[in-house]
Design a protein around this ligand. Structure first.
Ligand code: NAD
Length: 236
């Protein structure tokens, strides 16, 4: 039998990190070798060793790092993957242009997959939005996104990547963000002209879909050559 992929979870005790730890523990294809968080409480949780961000350099050997943290933690996990020559899967949103450039530069040395959204449905939504934007020149394009009140960045990374795709096709996207209750994530891309409107909507009901997608991508990335991989290709 294939040996499990050893996963280091960065952002370990966050909402996404906990979901990743749970999935890894219950799936023989993965071995969670450690979880790194800004601060730690108990040193081991359900058999998974826990590390503080300041201890990252001493984290155990891993095959792939999966990062769902915050922009302030991103540089360090990228640096560690570079120094160990290991792949990075990251879903951290709100990265600065400088961080995005560092990510692209690092991809010449290690395999990297970054996406604002790891759900299969949103990968398809990107294709539909590009198609609609191409077919509807001159229509208004509005992207409305809703998330829970603790989300820090706005517009969401997913809204921005949908908007970037629409803009490539000539649309001029505008954004609206709603922060309410415990909404996991909803994106509506609306194309409007006089007398008619098209709405393309994705609703995430459970953040486990993102964690599942990220682990699927982590397994696909393990053993690949350096490069920046498109998540939509690896999710399929
Ligand atoms: P959260 O606030 O619940 O968790 C953040 C985690 O990051 C915590 O474990 C925290 O300890 C850790 N962290 C913060 N600063 C750190 C640092 N300096 N070094 C190391 N770790 C640090 O957030 P969340 O809801 O789990 O989301 C995490 C990230 O993932 C956000 O950027 C969010 O937008 C993004 N996200 C992406 C997707 C996707 O599919 N790409 C889906 C959901 C969330």
């Amino acid at each position: 039998m294939e040996s499990p992929v050893r996963v280091l979870i960065h952002g370990g005790n966050g909402r996404m990190g906990q979901s990743l730890q749970r999935l890894c523990r219950n799936d023989g294809r993965f071995e969670p070798v450690g979880a790194v968080s800004r601060k730690v409480g108990p040193r081991v949780v359900d058999g998974v060793p826990q590390f503080a961000a300041s201890e990252l350099a001493g984290a155990p050997a891993f095959d792939v790092a999966v990062d769902f943290s915050l922009p302030e933690g991103f540089d360090r996990v990228l640096g560690m993957c570079l120094s160990r020559g290991k792949p990075l899967v990251s879903g951290t949103t709100g990265l600065t242009d400088v961080q995005q450039a560092a990510l692209a530069a690092a991809a010449t040395r290690i395999p990297i997959a970054w996406a604002a959204n790891f759900s299969l449905g949103v990968a398809l939504l990107h294709d539909l939005v590009a198609r609609a934007a191409r077919a509807l020149p001159g229509w208004n394009c509005d992207i409305i996104e809703s998330h829970h009140t603790r989300k820090q960045d706005a517009p969401s990374g997913t809204a921005l990547s949908l908007g970037a795709l629409a803009a490539e096709q000539g649309a001029e996207p505008r954004y609206a963000s709603i922060r309410a209750g415990d909404i996991v994530g909803e994106h509506t891309v609306q194309f409007t002209t006089a007398g008619e409107r098209i709405e393309l909507i994705h609703r995430a009901g459970d953040r486990e879909i993102f964690a599942r997608g990220a682990l699927h991508v982590a397994k696909a990335l393990h053993g690949q050559a350096p490069g920046l991989y498109r998540v939509a290709d690896l999710l399929g």
